[in-house]
Design a protein around this ligand. Structure first.
Ligand SMILES: NC(=O)c1ccc[n+]([C@@H]2O[C@H](COP(=O)([O-])OP(=O)(O)OC[C@H]3O[C@@H](n4cnc5c(N)ncnc54)[C@H](OP(=O)(O)O)[C@@H]3O)[C@@H](O)[C@H]2O)c1
Length: 286
């Protein structure tokens, strides 16, 4: 089976490729130079030549704050381009996996968001990703929308690498303690993506995040433990102390009900997954 992993050099894409390799599944993972997903002509030519049997779109405009100033560009990449991929996949009757985000929600719900809750993004990035979900589902019902959040992985810059560096250099860090989420390892999301397709789970929306709940402060304490810095050196501060251009959802926990009956195991508790992930994710942090 030949999988196409678009945006193939990204942080999540690298672990999707590793998962496919581990399972002996053939794939091609072009970077933007070999397949620019904003070009329907390039997509058509690539599909004709490669003849993929599954498409995973890991390409995206992921810069949350710059998206506030560049919403048009973000929309092209996060909504229009996924629609091109969806049309090319639908034309050939092959499944597509589109990656999305907790930022499609406002983060004001008192309970974890269900897969079919209405989107209500707070900022430009979330609006463009919500539009991408809609575009893919409208043009290709045989698709999976996999929402994830608070992603970290060995293959790209991410929160734990940054904070591990800060802690090692300064011995202390001030971190916001009033945004709640689910720290999630790219390797776990990759496993979910490949499982959904290979186990032929029903098409639709799935939430690929860890179980449990953490603030960035909680997560940083767990990071400190991995780099030999006392957890007491991590100090809680408020979002108001770190003003950013894009609003952040305060409480963006995602529920995992859609896995029931699919044979796909949800991701376990974030603390356990982080313990397992830390050695490889922090391997190159000086
Ligand atoms: N990171 C998170 O915390 C997080 C949280 C929730 C959801 N997500 C979603 O998860 C997915 C993967 O995120 P990630 O963190 O792995 O992102 P990433 O590391 O930024 O990877 C995105 C990739 O897309 C590529 N790309 C950009 N424009 C392209 C184009 N026109 N054609 C082809 N490729 C293009 C980028 O290449 P260049 O480097 O050349 O630009 C980059 O390799 C995204 O859909 C993102 O929205 C991420």
């Amino acid at each position: 089976m030949a999988w196409l992993v678009a945006g193939g050099y990204g942080m999540l894409a690298q672990d999707v490729c590793a998962e496919l390799t581990a399972r002996g599944v053939g794939f091609d993972a072009p970077d933007r130079d070999r397949l620019d997903i904003t070009s329907p002509e390039e997509i058509e030519a690539f599909f004709e030549e490669m003849k993929p049997e599954v498409v995973v779109n890991c390409a995206a405009y992921t810069a949350v704050d710059p998206a506030e100033e560049n919403e048009g560009l973000a929309f092209t990449l996060n909504a229009v381009a996924p629609q091109y991929l969806a049309r090319a996949a639908a034309k050939r009757g092959i499944p597509l996996v589109q990656i999305s985000t907790d930022y499609v929600f406002s983060g004001t719900s008192p309970i974890p968001y269900a897969e079919d809750d209405a989107a209500h993004p707070l900022g430009a990035y979330g609006r463009t990703k919500a539009a991408g979900e809609w575009a893919v589902r409208a043009d290709h019902p045989s698709s999976y929308i996999v929402r994830t959040a608070w992603l970290y992985g060995a293959g790209g810059p991410c929160f734990p690498k940054t904070l591990a560096r800060v802690l090692k250099q300064n011995g202390t860090a001030n971190v916001v303690d009033d945004q709640h989420g689910q720290p999630t390892w790219t390797k776990d999301v990759a496993r979910i993506i490949v499982d959904l397709v290979t186990k032929q789970a029903p098409f639709g929306i799935y939430h690929a995040t860890s179980e449990g709940e953490a603030t960035w402060y909680d997560f940083t304490r767990a990071i400190a433990a991995e780099v030999g810095v006392s957890e007491d050196e991590v100090h809680p501060v408020s979002t108001k102390d770190f003003p950013r251009p894009a609003p952040r959802p305060e409480w963006s926990l995602l529920a995992h009900g859609a896995y029931e009956g699919t044979g796909v195991e949800p991701i376990g508790p974030w603390q356990e997954r982080w313990k397992l992930a830390a050695p490889s994710v922090l391997a190159e942090v000086e």
